[in-house]
Ligand binder design. Sequence first.
Ligand code: BEZ
Ligand code: FE
Length: 293
Amino acid sequence: MTRDTQRLDALAQEVHASFEDTPNARLQEILRGLTRHLHDFVAEVDLSFEEWEAAIDFLTRTGQKCDDVRQEFILLSDVLGVSMLVETLNDIETPDATDSTVLGPFHMVDSPVRELGENISPVSDGQLCVVHGTVRDEQGQPVAHAVVDVWQADTHGFYDVQQPDKQPQGNGRGLLTADEDGKFYFTSVVPAYYPIPTDGPVGELLHATNRHPYRPAHIHFIVAAPGFRELTTHIFIGGSDYLDSDAVFAVKDSLVREFVAREGGTANPCGVTGAFVEAQIDITLHKEGGDNH
Ligand code: BEZ
Ligand code: FE
């Protein structure tokens, strides 16, 4: 049977027109764009009724998997690259600031307040690391007392919240305040790569498409200071497995750092005396409402 394209176009037009009286112009633009692309997509792949039902079932189960500490829709957005697309569009507006990347689902508890230099992973075994950097504005001036929220998996690839029997809540997390020169520093253990949660519909999608669930080793940061756009980012550990195939497409080359081995006795801001590995991440924040160019 040949396709009645006139009829498909008329349907799409009717849907477009149905948003005519939307008072919010931006909402109107989004809904018109969404439905236009949705109609084109369904027509392009020639979706069968059974496939439409399967899609509804998948989305229903995705919603049912969500609760206070599990957000399967964000995970779906992550594995489809949509979260990263939104981050990247955001970065285009702030070309001189440090690149952002996805928040992820494990920033679910408040990080414990920690002193500069403190070990944020006090109960973890593994290779000790010293991480340090300076928070600056786009003109290179230090941002005094910026708040640096850090969280990471342990050496075995688990966040505290995934192992309540093994790790106390707050292990692998720290809320630091940079000093008057914008400097921050902490010790921790080098985190491992780990799989995103696969026990829900997103896991089924990965399985059905022969995709692996792993993320390369990384440390998360949210950096905030009054008058600046809050930055959500990671540093990725140079040489980690999966740097080239992050399950959520969140690696940016600018965020990869070498963790360099240092012998005992090497000077460091945290006062570590034994051997450690060292990584530096300087952060540039975007001034809100400022004229930066
Ligand atoms: C994370 O790095 O914590 C993460 C990000 C996206 C999906 C799953 C986990
Ligand atoms: Fe993570």
